[in-house]
Design a protein around this ligand. Structure first.
Ligand code: SF4
Length: 121
């Protein structure tokens, strides 16, 4: 007689992702490119499995990224694994270069959250 073994299903904890984007660019961009890249697991989202979740998507609040600190405090309660800096924050040319990137990066590092540079470019 074959003994029935208890099947223990291990459900992997989903990776929780947040995106910070440029407030100026958000006036002209609804964020479709970021979400498309996430939904299709492309470009800077390609390493996530199907269980990964986008749990937050917010702007920096305008120069000098004043909103980031406050929002990260709230975000931390939801245990994010990683914060992406949107591609629009990192590009130069069509939009002016963000003068506050280093400060924003330091604020995220201080909050103890991993940073990924970029979303869909
Ligand atoms: S701080 Fe940088 S990301 Fe934020 S609005 Fe200014 S240029 Fe855009």
């Amino acid at each position: 007689m074959v003994e029935e073994k208890e099947v223990v299903s291990e459900v992997a904890k989903p990776t929780k992702i947040a995106v910070i984007r440029c407030d100026i660019v958000s006036e002209a961009c609804p964020g479709v490119g970021c979400f498309k890249a996430f939904n299709e697991r492309k470009v800077h989202f390609e390493n996530y499995d199907e269980n990964a979740e986008m749990i937050a998507f917010f702007t920096c609040g305008g120069c000098s990224g004043r909103r980031v600190h406050r929002l990260l405090k709230v975000l931390k309660k939801h245990e994010p694994d990683v914060v992406h800096l949107s591609s629009c924050m990192l590009m130069e040319g069509f939009y002016p270069k963000c003068p506050n990137l280093d400060t924003i990066r330091k604020t995220i590092q201080k909050a103890g959250i991993e940073i990924v540079e970029g979303t869909h470019h």
